[in-house]
Each structure stands twice: as structure tokens, then as C-alpha cells.
Design a protein around this ligand. Sequence first.
Ligand code: BGC
Length: 415
Amino acid sequence: MDLMPENEKPADHTPIGLNVAAPVVAAIARDFSQAMEEGLVKKSGPLKMLPSFLTRPSGREKGLFISLDFGGTNIRVQVVKLEGNGQWQILKMQSLPLRDPRGQYDLTLSTTSAEELFAFLADQIAALADKETRYSLGHTFSFPCNQIAINRAELIQWTKEIRTAGVEGQEVGLLLAEALARKGLQNVRPVAIINDTVGTLLTAAYLDPCADIGTICGTGHNTCYWEPSLNQIVNMESGNFDRLPVTIYDLELDKESEKPGKQRLEKMVAGHYLGELARLIAVKQFGTFLPPYSLDAKGLAQLIAGEDSSLLGLQGQETARVKEIGLELITRSARLVAATFLGVLARIDPGLESRHTIAVDGSLYEKMPGYAAAINKTLAEALGEKAPLVTTKLSKDGSGVGAAIAAALAEERFL
Ligand code: BGC
């Protein structure tokens, strides 16, 4: 679906059509602001604008918490001590992949049941929790959920190609509580469920009062922000934004994906898809032979950084060409993502009068060569002399600490 009006379309500066020129960035930012309004007011359009029931923390939240982080790649459990002065300590941590690299298990398949998945999560919690200590648990669950209360969220649909059976449409908190009860973990009480973007923002805001946008640029992509009219953090599920100039490769990737028509922005910008887009382009343009999804973002990063990429299955000349495509794809990703940030800024501070910190987590922003710089360059280009008011900042592992902060905020409310 190509929704960009014909007269606003950019001239293609690359044969593949990956260039996102400044006027296109501006047009996307405008359309994004518009979609935010539609989502908030009319509950329609591509942005779900989901409530979190959380506002920004004061930085004084304190206590010992367990955080469970379920993203798209790993399951991470942490025991987190919030110290109440904007500081924290991670006392214990355990992390396991959702798909065992040696093929022993895969929790993302449609043949895995919700019960098996949540039993696995409860096992990881049991391995870290002290039997004699009582914990409140904050759960980061990085998928679109209808949030009913701080501790109640129903999975709308899986994203990032996950297919585990029996979770869509279910209350994730209940599935976890049941699994914990079955393992006899009565000392662990789940009190908050949040999106990873919300966790990223909470972590940054624990220290920095200017933090009002939280985003993930990793396996998946999404952004949340603090909506002044609601005094609440809103999870936009911006990966589903779809008013974008697409190429034939985007259309092809979407058609072959688990959920065609959904998560169109995510499929153009996120780590799970960038390698596959590069592969599709290479197959069409140079007849490269590589199986679907055999090139991942890590491989692309190696290629771009000029590291040994002999294991990627590319032959001679192909290596240089795929590197080139990869560079164009990551620049496009960064520019599209930056355009959505500009859309949020235009809504929350139309005249751009105040300082804003955009808290970012995720492997693309952290590790992909040139990615963070391309986001910052796009913002600077669009904001001109006001650019110094807007800072992007890595909020590393923010989603785990953020779950602890959410649990502390939930306790304040419940007690
Ligand atoms: C999910 C979001 C999540 C993002 C980053 C997307 O696929 O829909 O909820 O925030 O990935 O993990």
C-alpha cells in the first residue's frame, strides 16, 4: 500500500527507492501527528495509543523488586534495588534466549502452548527469587496489549513473527500469576505490566525530568510518550504506522510475513526485518542466493563494520553490494524513526519551547554502526537552531529497570 500522495513523493535518488529526503521526513512527521490525534480522540487509525496507567516517576521510588522482561529475543529476570535517589542496583540477573541456538527448545512456535511458555518464565523467576523474601514483580511484555489496569493487560496480537499458541486475546498477568502459583511461588506478587518502551522511558525519567519519549530500536520498533492532556504515558504501538512511502521489497516482505498488512513501519525499520529486506533486494537485483531470513541485523552490522562476514554465505562482489544496500536500509530506518519522533514533538510541544530527552533502547541504536548518528542528523536537519533542545540518549536495559520502577509506582497506588 503506497499512501504517499503522488505530488508529495520524493524523486528517487537511489535505484532502489530507499532515500527519505527532508520533505518526506516532514510529511511523515505531519501524518504521524495526525494519526496520534486520530488514535487518541477517535480511537481509529494505525496508532493504537494504548494507556499505561502510569505517569513519570519522581526518582524517589525505592525498594527491592523482581523484573521480568519478555521481549522478542530473550527472557531476562532481574532482582533490582531502587535506591530512591535516581540510582539503582541490579543484584541478580538471568537471561535466556526464546529460541535455543542449539535447537533444544523454541518458545515462539505455534506448537508451544501458553502454559509451557509461562511455566518457563516462572522457572526463571524461581531460579532467582529468594524463598524467604517477598517481592513485587514488574513485568515488561513487549507486544501490543489492551491495558485494563496497571497490572492487567490483554495481548491484542503477537508481533515480531512470534506464534506461541493460546496467548493472543488472553490476560498476560493471569497467565503469569497461574504459572507462579503452580510453581509454589507465593512470595512473588505481579503488580505491574508494561510495554518495553514505557520501561525505557520510566528508567530515563527516574533520573532526568526532561525525558518524555521512550522508544525501542531493536528486534522490534515502537515508541511511547508522556501525553500531557492525560498525565499518562501512552504506548503508541507506532510500529503499526502505515502512512509511508514503500518499495516493492517492503510489499514483498509484508506479503510473506506472519501478519500481512500489520506493523508496516516496524517491517521497514526494525532489526528483525532489515537483514531480510537486504536479502530480498540482493536476490532481485543481483540474483544472490540466500534462504529467507538467513541474513540478520547482526550479520548486517558485521558487514557494515567491515568485520569478518565470511559466514554470511555471500560470494565475492556480493559482499560489497549487500553492504551498500545495508547502509541505505539503516539510513532509511533511522530517518523514518526520526520522522515519527518529530511527529510526537510537534504534538507535545508545538513551538518547541522546552528540552526533551528521547530515551532509546535496543540493539540497532546501540550497536548498528551509524544508526544513532543518522537519527540525530535527521532531527538536527529538521529542527535547525532548536536542535540542541532535543537529545536522544541510550537507556540501556531500561525495560528491565523500568519494570521495577513501574512496580514501585503500582505499590504506591495500591498501598
Ligand atoms: C511490539 C511493541 C514493542 C516493540 C519493541 C513491537 O513488535 O508491538 O509492543 O514495544 O516491538 O520491542
